[in-house]
Ligand binder design. Sequence first.
Ligand code: ADP
Ligand code: MG
Length: 337
Amino acid sequence: MSEVILELKELSTHFFTDHGEIPAVDKVSLKVHKGEIVGIVGESGSGKSVTSLSIMQLIPQPPGKIVGGEISFKGENLANASEKKMKKIRGNEISMIFQEPMTSLNPLFTIGNQMQEAIRLHQKISKKSAIDKAVQMLKIVGIPRAEEIVKEYPHQLSGGMRQRVMIAMAMSSYPKLLIADEPTTALDVTIQAQILDLMKKINQEEDTGILLITHDLGVVADICDSVVVMYSGQVVEQGNKREILKDPQHPYSQGLIRSLPKLHEQDKKLYSIPGTVARPKMNQVGCRFAPRCEFAFERCFKENPALYDLENGRKSRCFLHADKEGERIADATITRS
Ligand code: ADP
Ligand code: MG
């Protein structure tokens, strides 16, 4: 496998609120290799955004704080990097795009103005050359009439076009890592597919590592190489995308996959996992998913399952993979009756 560009080692980010301490991200470990697309998937409230904001040191502090672990980027730990250092890394070596591009674009300035500013933050070139570069980037992301678009304001563009502009801006520094937090959630399905294709193209042509955050397993199925499934602040399953989609091991991943609409069963009522994600609590006893899990047994409410190693680098946080001593059972597969 190629070089690791980002590695989270037991990253923990907590919020200190009036209701107490919330372990929103609880010892999350993952790797992104050069040219790899890693999906983080889970329902709303699982800790996906807090994970990505932690990498960029963009957690509002207070109430949030990275309380443990490492964020290793090109071998350096960003968890305790200075703001000066992070300013150099953000939008340069690591770029980020969000769900709603309107909130990241300034309505008062033209697309060209904002793009040239972003480009010139990191490259010492003239305004004129930066605008030329902006036009070139807009063409790469498939924006027609790029020369005219640079003179327009954000509200004059459609949601899909604005997201392309954000991707063009994010890519203008040729980042080693692109973090995309629900980049297609606000877009309709056809535009969604185009944006995902574009990200895949950039990933292949530039070898950019991508951390793609989504609540939608369909998006993961489309473009990811590997998957991290998060639930209530913790990783519950991780591994190769194809294997997880074909043969999910954790009951939560199984539930997510069952909830996916299937083309040939469109008229059937869609399955959804009963209940909602519980807010993570400190010193919680038992598996966080147990209250919603159809396989839960006594032990699941009394002890916290470890993230057991399965075959081929797969991991699953479930007692169904453990024997009495807490060791994993080699060939445990959960079969639905
Ligand atoms: P996701 O992106 O998976 O939907 P988030 O990462 O946004 O979930 O949130 C994870 C948890 O962190 C949630 O329980 C949420 O309530 C908590 N959280 C996020 N931001 C804050 C904040 N500013 N203050 C307090 N709690 C927060
Ligand atoms: Mg989120």
